[in-house]
Structures are given as C-alpha cells and as structure tokens.
Design a protein around this ligand. Sequence first.
Ligand code: MGP
Length: 222
Amino acid sequence: MAQEESVIATGSVEGEKDRTVLETEEGEIVEESGRTPTTPVATTPQHPLEYSWTFWFDNPQAKSKQAAWGSSIRPIHTFATVEEFWGVYNNILHPSKLTPGADFHCFKYKIEPKWEDPVCANGGKWTISCQRGKSDTLWLYTLLAMIGEQFDHGDEICGAVVNVRGKQEKISIWTKNASNEAAQKSIGKQWKEFLDYNETIGFIFHDDAKKQDRFAKNRYTV
Ligand code: MGP
C-alpha cells in the first residue's frame, strides 16, 4: 500500500519533548520514557507567544478520496512558545518539498482553516502567488510576522495557508471581518512590506468564494 503523504520530515519533534518536560506537574522531572532521570534536566526558559497556533495539513492523496471538502484536513501540532515553533518548523517539510495538491495551514488555536468556522465565516483572504518551489522563505516570513505579532491588526488574523500546486504555490492570510476595509488593507500592505513583495495582491471575501467559487472577484487590492 502506498505510504500516505506526510508533512513530518523526521521522526521526532523537539517542541513536543520540551512540552512533555515542562508540563509535568508539581516540579517532578520525568523523561519522555517516563523514567526519573539520573542527571538533572535543564529547563531553558521559554518565550511565550501572544496566541497559541496550530499547524494543519491536508494531503493530496486523502483529499482525492474525500467525500466532502475539508474532511481530510488534520491538525498536526499546537505551539505556544517561540521554542516550540522552531521545534516544529525544523522538523516539517517546507512547501517546496510537498507534493502538489498539499495544503499546509497555521491557524490560531481553535480556529479551523475552513470558511465554515464561525470565526472565519465573515472573513476573507489576501493571497500572493509564486512559482512552484519558491515559497519557502515567503511562507517562513509570513509565519514569523503572524506569530510574532508584527501586524497592527493582528487580532483580525485567523491564520495563513500555503497551497502547493503543480505550477505555483499560493500563500493566503485569512482574516475575520472582511467588511472592515481599513483593517484588511492595513494587513495586506504590511504583509507585502514584510515579504518585500511588489506585485498587487487581492482580497476575496469567503462569502463571495462560497457563492461564486473560482469566479469570486477581489473586493480590495493593495
Ligand atoms: P482551494 O484549494 O482553496 O483553491 O479551493 P485552489 O488552489 O484554487 O484550487 P484547487 O482545485 O487547485 O485545490 C478549491 C475548492 O475547494 C474551492 O473552489 C471550494 O470548492 C473548496 N473549498 C476551499 N476552501 C478553502 C473551502 C472551505 O473552507 N470550505 C468549503 N466548503 N469548501 C472549500
């Protein structure tokens, strides 16, 4: 049987190990194996993020078999500190290494990367695109700007997704209140600055995408 497409590059995720140690109650230090260690484990101070975030993955093989859109999107890992972020990021495949058809998301904890999620329902998305294999740095800078609270309207952001396709890769930032034009435009402009991206980008309301699918038009451009 063909092995399912995965986003995990290696067998272990460092952030997971840190979390295991830190979440042990009453000061007891227990190794991953559950044994009490013979030498003390140094717990490095962690740098908490403003929000917790979840990486989600939708792989092309599962997608092609699904009955309804979205039923194969899976949460991969939730992180709440800078260290946990790098622990995950350094152990996952980056967009250029993913199979065409894959979608990889990073959304605020408890927000699902779907139009149907109540927080996303009245929102929309800004999208940039680039050639196949060229989005790794843009994706990383998008993640760092988002989780590092670089946007003036960061509370408006639900998350970001990278869609890996045959000829191109697209990155979108999803927001909550599409009708708040000033906030959306501020996010779009700042995003372009952070990425040093000079092309015009467009903002589509999810509501338009639901009704008009691929024919939905940009409501804002920056
Ligand atoms: P896509 O994968 O976001 O766009 O949406 P892309 O990359 O242009 O298209 P692809 O065919 O190359 O994957 C593709 C289609 O999936 C949309 O036209 C919708 O029919 C469906 N779809 C996408 N999203 C994000 C949603 C969603 O959140 N909810 C539902 N119900 N359908 C969605």
